[in-house]
Design a binder for this molecule. Structure first.
Ligand code: TYD
Length: 211
């Protein structure tokens, strides 16, 4: 059994990642590739429960270190119970956010640093990394317009942080992609969804050739 490929979507709020994840799943299915589409934080019942702890707006919020531990715990359950078994069964996994979100949000914007986030990832998920990480980048104007259209005033605890925090997130994502060009593809999310999808399929060509 050939192991499936693990594809992650990353980017800030309102980048259009979930739309693109579904378009990609449809395109892979049309090629006869079975895939599982999932998201973080979440993807398993336990991780979805942790998601509610992280993103709910009740209570006093989490210290950056506690926040990073909760994301890592959710990811550990998701990796162990869903992602690795699916890959081992030969399915492809498309995940809306993975460890690079922790590196950008908690490590970069939150000030925890990359080494600590990656240390948690080694403990929680044996350092599993995607075969390909699609970083969907949009201008701050597009991001704000899309996030407002989707969430209105109901942004979650992290999405609702100020513009300076989200600018640091975007900068941290860019630096991660620059540091690992073989794993990342940087995709412009500003054009319409079909044009973005074509760019994503072009970035996937090397993996499809080997499928
Ligand atoms: P979600 O509504 O799924 O965001 P989006 O649709 O913008 O992808 O909420 C996930 C939020 O959690 C988002 O603000 C990013 C944040 N997050 C982290 O801070 N660290 C992480 O490791 C992950 C997976 C998400």
């Amino acid at each position: 059994m050939t192991r499936g490929k693990f594809i992650a979507f990353e980017g800030g709020e309102g980048a259009g990642k979930s739309t693109q994840a579904h378009l990609l799943a449809d395109a892979l299915a049309a090629r006869g590739i079975t895939c599982v589409i999932t998201r973080e934080p979440g993807g398993t019942p336990g991780a979805e429960a942790i998601r509610n702890l992280l993103l709910g707006t009740a209570g006093e919020g989490w210290h950056p270190r506690a926040e990073a531990l909760l994301f890592a715990a959710a990811r550990s359950d998701h990796v162990e119970r869903l992602i690795v078994p699916a890959l081992e069964a030969g399915q492809w996994v498309i995940c809306d956010r993975f460890v690079d979100s922790s590196r950008a949000y908690q490590g970069g914007a939150g000030g925890l640093g990359d080494a600590d986030v990656m240390a948690l990832h080694r403990v929680g998920s044996q350092g599993l990394l995607p075969d390909l990480t699609l970083l969907v980048e949009v201008s701050p104007e597009t991001a704000t317009a899309r996030a407002t259209a989707r969430d209105g005033d109901a942004a979650d605890r992290i999405g609702g942080r100020d513009a300076a925090y989200h600018a640091r997130v975007a900068q941290a994502f860019g630096a991660l992609a620059d540091a690992e060009p073989a794993r990342f593809a940087r995709i412009s999310g500003d054009p319409d969804a079909n044009a973005v999808h074509r760019e994503i399929m072009a970035a996937l060509a090397p993996l499809l050739g080997a499928a």
